[in-house]
Design a protein around this ligand. Structure first.
Ligand code: HAM
Length: 426
């Protein structure tokens, strides 16, 4: 038997109803904040990710699905391509390629699959889905303003609240500006020097290649060492500190709760200044429901003009997991099951179904070869609220037997009033 590849999975009804519910709610919220959808390719040049996410990150160094193109054209042959592990790099590439700075501030969102070769577990897959957004534009369009950071965070709080996700926690940090980052990295290297030998091999490698990454080390034995390291918050230069302060002031003004977390460094290299994660208790080890931050230098590092930006990506799989208990409530059951009785009645049933679906009634259509008992049983099994019986007499009199499957009550309803009768009984 051929099975879905490890770390990938099929999404089946009724769970797909939950995914659609989430995506519809998200699109509504994005509309209210004037975000517009962007769709970038699912694979890109490998170089795009190594230059943006960073060579030394786990994502680029061990998790990407990369292959050499087998194109017949000489010019394309051997080109290294990669399934996108995240979508920020693709959006910034598109920003540069299409000169989107002409549009001023771009507020873009995306919904789609991403790919990372991680060890699969609950809430962690190799093909997973992100709902993300990026606010990016030239500095003259206000893209650097702390108001943008706060708007994005407030949008997220609104979205989670609207979806009914309770008990989320916003962890906020500033990972600094280029000036202070250099000084801080130096201080970190110094502090690590005498202790690094006692750390796990992976943490040791990080200490050399990118000391900030040490904060991401999960090995329990190394935590006491990490706890004693200097923090970026003590090294922020004045403009950077003020920017972070202003973000917090707006959040307080609009009533979005957060906690400061100066160990939060994020697993991608492009971040500057504001960095954040929203965690959720019910998710277990993979408790980050979303993450994001500012990436003010990313456009330049990809050969573009200065284009400060801030964004986030929600792990949709994790969001749905957090909502799972309510799956039943979200899926709309059929309003009515149409039961054609006897030869020639499939045709009449199809006509009625068409009429009612036009009025937004959810209809399931039966089969004229079924006996009435089997039709009623099927109607109950699929959870329909009503069964509508369509026999020769009903068609002649243009009045149909409508049976309420919850109460058992049966009434005769004229054809023209059917849709309204069914809808008004919610
Ligand atoms: P990230 O933190 O790598 O950030 O991913 C964002 C979210 O995607 C995570 O918080 C998690 O919920 C979900 N996620 C990541 N990996 C997996 C996985 N293997 N299985 C299931 N869910 C996963 C980014 O990707 C950045 N591009 C976010 C961003 C946008 N920053 C600025 N703009």
């Amino acid at each position: 038997m051929i099975k879905a590849v490890r770390g990938t999975r099929d999404l089946l009804p009724p769970e797909t109803a939950l995914w659609n519910f989430v995506e519809a709610a998200v699109r509504d919220v994005f509309r209210a904040y004037n975000f517009h959808e962007v769709r970038t390719p699912i694979f890109e040049s490998t170089e795009l990710f190594s230059r943006s996410v960073g060579e030394e990150t786990d994502i680029v160094s061990k998790e990407m699905y990369t292959w050499e193109d087998r194109s017949r054209a000489e010019s394309e042959r051997g080109q290294s391509l990669t399934l996108r592990p995240e979508n920020t790099a693709g959006v910034v590439r598109a920003y540069i390629e299409h000169k989107l700075w002409d549009r001023g501030l771009n507020k873009l969102y995306y919904i789609g699959p991403q790919f990372r070769r991680e060890r699969p577990q609950k809430g962690r897959y190799r093909q997973f889905y992100q709902i993300g957004a990026e606010v990016i534009g030239p500095p003259s369009a206000g893209s650097e303003s702390p108001a943008r950071d706060a708007e994005v965070l407030e949008l997220l709080a609104t979205l989670l609240d609207r979806l009914g996700i309770k008990n989320w926690n916003l962890e906020l940090n500033s990972v600094g500006c280029p000036n202070d980052r250099a000084v801080y990295n130096e201080a970190l290297r110094k502090a690590l020097e005498p202790v690094v030998g006692q750390m796990d091999a992976d943490c040791q490698r990080r200490a050399v290649t990118n000391p900030l990454r040490v904060f991401d080390c999960k090995v329990p034995a190394d935590q006491p060492i990490i706890d004693k390291l200097p923090r970026i918050s003590e090294y922020l230069d004045e403009p950077c500190r003020q920017h972070f302060q202003q973000v917090q002031e707006i959040l307080n003004a609009v009533g979005v709760r957060f906690s400061l977390s100066d160990r939060l460094v994020r697993g991608l290299d492009y971040y500057t200044r504001t960095a954040f994660e929203f965690t959720h208790g019910a998710l277990g080890a993979q408790n980050a429901i979303l993450g994001g931050g500012r990436y003010d230098g990313l456009s330049e590092s990809l050969g573009g003009p200065p284009a400060p930006g801030i964004g986030f990506a929600i792990g949709e799989d994790r969001l749905v997991l957090a909502l799972k208990e309510s799956a039943e409530a979200v899926q709309r059951k059929p309003d009515v099951y149409i039961a054609p009785l006897g030869a020639g009645m499939d045709r009449e049933a199809a006509r009625l179904a068409r009429e009612m679906r036009r009025h937004d009634v959810v209809v399931e259509l039966g089969d004229e070869s079924f006996r009435l008992k089997k039709s009623l049983e099927t109607a109950s099994k699929i959870g329909a609220r009503f069964a509508l019986i369509v026999g020769e007499n009903e068609v002649k009199s243009a009045s149909f037997a409508l049976k309420n499957l919850e109460t058992g009550e049966q009434v005769s309803v004229p054809r023209a009033e059917l849709a309204q009768k069914i809808q008004s009984s919610h």
